[in-house]
Structure formats: C-alpha cells, structure tokens
Design a protein around this ligand. Structure first.
Ligand SMILES: NC(=O)c1ccc[n+]([C@@H]2O[C@H](COP(=O)([O-])OP(=O)(O)OC[C@H]3O[C@@H](n4cnc5c(N)ncnc54)[C@H](O)[C@@H]3O)[C@@H](O)[C@H]2O)c1
Length: 243
C-alpha cells in the first residue's frame, strides 16, 4: 500500500531519463501509479514495458545526442517532474581519457543539458527536479574516477540550481542512493567487494529500486514543498558507518 494518495500527481507530466531500467524504470512506474503521465526515456526502449493500465510512454532517447533531447522537450506542453537518472559506469577503464569523457557526458553534461532544456516548462507550473547523486558524492572512488567526479558535481549542480531556480518556483533536490540492486550494481562482479559493501550497510542488504522511487515520489510531492537543494541519502545507513 502506498503512503500517498493514488491521484497525487493527477494531471501532471514527468520525464525520467534512464527510465528504461533500474531506478529510472521503478521511478517511472511509481510516479505513474500516483497519477502522472510519464515519459520513460533511455536506451533499449524496445525491450521496456510497463503495466498497460499506467500512462507511461517509453521512448528511445540518447541523452548524449542533443537532437534527441531538444525534440523530446520541444514536444511537451507541460512538465512538472524531471528525474535525470540515465547513468553508466565503466569501472577501472574510467582512468582512460576516452572513457572518462564518456562517463562525464552521460552523468554530468547530459544532466545539465536535460535540466537546461526543461527550465521554461518547469517554471510554468512550479515544477521540480530530482537528480541522482550517489555514495560517490561523499566518498572518492579510486576504481570509478569519472563516476565519482560526476556524482560530486551533480550534488553541487543540484545545490546551485536550487538557489538559481528558486525564484522561478522550481525545487531542485537529489537522492543519494546507497547500493541498489540494478544492472548497474551487477557491474560489481567481485563477490568480496559485494560482501564488503553489505557488511558496512547497517541494514545488511542492497536496496530495491522501488525504495528510491518512493523517496523520489516524496520529494516530487507537495509533502516536500519547503525542501530544495538537499542531497538525501537513501542507503540503509551506509553513510553513518565509520568502519
Ligand atoms: N544502482 C545503484 O546502486 C546506484 C547508486 C547510486 C546512484 N545510482 C544512479 O542511479 C541512476 C540509475 O542507475 P541504475 O542503477 O538504475 O542503472 P541501470 O543500468 O539499471 O539504468 C541506467 C539507465 O540509464 C540509461 N542510459 C545509459 N546511457 C544512456 C544514454 N546515453 N542515453 C539515455 N539513457 C542512457 C539506460 O538506458 C538505463 O535506462 C544512475 O545515475 C546511477 O549513477 C545508482
């Protein structure tokens, strides 16, 4: 059972990048279950389905392709909720310049371009943005240097735009997921590393993508009407552990 009314977002429109998998897809589903019309955009759209009763439109959009993004937003007549959740990580290869740039182009440049293109639409109805930070916003990542650089920057971008866009009535917040069971987490194959992550998580499990979608629902709702510029950890307590 949901903590929120099912018609919470009735009449509202949401765009979720990375809406074709993991956290983005769960968020798309959660917002649609609460009445929003949702555009779930990303790669692999042809393999992505949502329950028929939900108002979710799936689109193939490469967030690093400016034409794709421009035509997506040009078509919208209103936008209330934006969640730029598209993401990749290339692990150790991020030390290589080309891979470093590739990760930054998805995880940082495209995040800002998505926000930039949505500003005017969001300002019409007092819209809201929820970005995806990470535990790497707070910690360094020696084996994911571009990913952690991007996630540090996304947090700063979130705080900065919260200030810059408050006069336009737009709230900008971030969730900082801990270790969430998605295809991205599956890129950590080393069982010893996975065990280490679990052993320092007080709740002793990986999170479910829905557990991020639910917090995004809260941040997008009127229950968070005075919340902007915050980076909200959703991590089973990972950040509070000292060792
Ligand atoms: N899973 C975790 O533990 C975790 C933790 C912290 C933050 N995050 C962040 O959450 C977000 C979603 O991650 P996830 O775990 O759901 O990953 P995922 O691999 O399940 O999904 C990634 C999504 O991004 C999309 N994508 C990748 N490159 C794209 C591109 N060029 N254009 C359009 N879409 C593109 C994919 O199509 C997919 O929909 C990412 O920003 C990630 O950094 C994840």
């Amino acid at each position: 059972m949901s903590a929120f009314r099912r018609d919470l977002f009735a009449g509202q429109v949401a765009v979720i990048t990375g809406g074709t998998s993991g956290i983005g897809a769960s968020t798309a589903r959660c917002l649609a279950e609460h009445g929003a019309k949702v555009y779930a955009v990303g790669l692999g759209a042809e393999d992505t389905t949502f329950p028929q009763e939900l108002d979710v439109e799936v689109r193939e959009v490469d967030v690093t392709n400016d034409e794709h993004l421009v035509s997506l937003f040009a078509e919208l007549e209103r936008l209330d909720i934006l969640v730029p959740a598209a993401g990749i990580s290339l692990g150790d290869r991020e030390l290589e310049w080309e891979c470093f740039n590739r990760v930054l182009s998805v995880q940082l440049q495209a995040v800002y371009r998505t926000l930039d293109l949505s500003h005017d639409l969001l300002s019409r109805n007092g819209g809201t943005v929820i970005t995806l930070a990470s535990m790497y916003t707070f910690f360094g990542g020696g084996r994911r240097i571009a990913y952690s650089a991007a996630k540090g920057a996304v947090a700063q971008l979130t705080k900065s735009l919260a200030e810059a866009w408050a006069p336009d009535g737009i709230r900008v917040n971030a969730v900082a997921p801990g270790w969430i069971d998605t295809p991205l987490l599956a890129t950590i194959e080393d069982q010893a590393v996975r065990n280490r992550l679990l052993s320092r998580t007080p709740m002793a499990r990986f999170g479910e993508p829905e557990e991020i979608g639910k917090v995004i629902t809260f941040l997008a709702s009127d229950a968070a009407s005075f919340v902007t510029g915050t980076i909200l950890p959703v991590d089973g307590g990972y950040l509070v552990t000292g060792i």
